[in-house]
Design a binder for this molecule. Structure first.
Ligand SMILES: NC(=O)c1ccc[n+]([C@@H]2O[C@H](COP(=O)([O-])OP(=O)(O)OC[C@H]3O[C@@H](n4cnc5c(N)ncnc54)[C@H](OP(=O)(O)O)[C@@H]3O)[C@@H](O)[C@H]2O)c1
Length: 321
């Protein structure tokens, strides 16, 4: 359980909002854009977000390197942040996992990573060697907690034979709630912390998209299930209903959507990305927003209707390792 993961020399628990760093390095950024990303991290930390989430292969390692650069700029930062990374491997060996942990530590410039996740399961494979490597890394003081991400209950049970699983990271937001039925209650009963990713449903809940989508032909967002023909057309009017609730409440939809997640039982933290100071501060403001329960209930009712339009394909990205 993540409450047991203490940030070094610091007994303070982490805030329930985490900064998702998957966009950091996906593109080749200009130095001015890199400055914006570093500033987004600084603003997040100033705004009370002390949980940073990255992965071994985000931007081929650029995300971890950029966080490492951010941490190196001020030696006090490392102790303030709950640092999480993940490995997405094809090689099933303990050696492959150990190597990934070592590379992540080196890029991040830290001896110890607070949570290290198996990023994606490989269906029908024996993933216990990865979990054994994580348990061994914990014993050696290279990681503090073990997470899995995008795992089913059966997959969690497999790796739990050889390692104590502390956290599950899964997609969860107003437009993706399939895990409420089984995974979230399962984790809650066993003291596994649930970390919700894609808290803004890839920007849909930030009100970014019009009825007519205009991504470039090779834009990776075409792969997101919500934007598929026949689904987006049904979802868009419901997104407009979310927007109307936000307008009435006088709060940005993005902040409402984050607060909604943080009110859900069994969810420990929500991960949201931010590419600049403005976005980071807007997301941090969600931590302050006080909301009437009736607003959250209205959001849940619209979300219930939306969920009837969305097929459960395991994840919204069409990614099946
Ligand atoms: N474990 C996994 O397999 C997995 C999978 C997906 C995500 N994650 C984690 O979850 C994190 C967040 O998920 P995500 O990146 O998919 O999506 P997200 O945070 O739900 O949404 C990102 C989108 O929201 C927009 N946005 C963010 N803050 C905003 C604000 N204040 N105002 C307006 N727009 C705003 C961004 O706009 P811009 O386009 O302008 O930046 C971007 O388009 C990732 O970074 C990663 O750490 C994990």
């Amino acid at each position: 359980m993540l409450e047991n993961v203490q940030i070094s020399n610091n007994t303070q628990s982490h805030a329930p909002l985490g900064l998702g760093c998957s966009f950091y390095g996906v593109a080749r950024y200009e130095e001015s854009e890199v400055a914006d990303l570093l500033d987004a991290m600084a603003a997040s930390l100033e705004g009370g977000v002390t949980h940073f989430d990255t992965a071994h292969d985000y931007g081929d390692g650029e995300s971890e390197r950029l966080i490492g650069r951010f941490l190196a700029e001020d030696v006090n930062r490392r102790d303030q942040i709950l640092l999480a990374s993940k490995a997405n491997l094809k090689d099933m060996s303990t050696v492959a996992m150990q190597r990934a942990i070592d590379v992540s530590r080196q890029r991040l410039g830290t001896d110890i990573i607070d949570i290290y996740y198996i990023h994606w399961p490989i269906p029908d494979a024996d993933m216990r060697p990865w979990a054994e490597a994580l348990e061994s890394a914990r014993r050696q003081g290279q990681i503090r907690a073990i997470g899995v991400s995008n795992f089913s209950i059966a997959q969690i049970e497999q790796v739990a034979e050889v390692a104590q699983i502390d956290a599950l990271q899964l997609g969860y937001n107003l437009l993706w709630r399939f895990s409420e039925v089984d995974l979230i209650p399962y984790c809650h009963e066993r003291g596994i912390s649930v970390i919700a990713y894609s808290a803004l449903a890839s920007g849909i809940l930030a009100g970014k998209y019009q009825r007519l989508l205009s991504f470039a032909p090779h834009d990776q967002r075409w792969g997101i299930l919500h934007f598929r023909d026949g689904i987006w057309g049904a979802l868009y009017p419901l997104v407009e209903q979310f927007n109307a609730v936000a307008a009435r409440a006088g709060i940005a939809l993005s902040q409402l959507a984050l607060r909604w997640i943080l009110h859900q039982p069994g969810v420990m933290a929500a991960l949201v990305s931010a590419k600049n100071r403005r976005q980071a501060l807007a997301n941090c403001a969600a931590l302050q927003a006080e909301l009437d329960v009736s607003i959250l209930e209205e959001l849940s009712a619209i979300s219930d209707e939306a969920m009837r339009q969305i097929p459960d394909e395991g994840n919204p990205f069409g990614y099946h390792p």
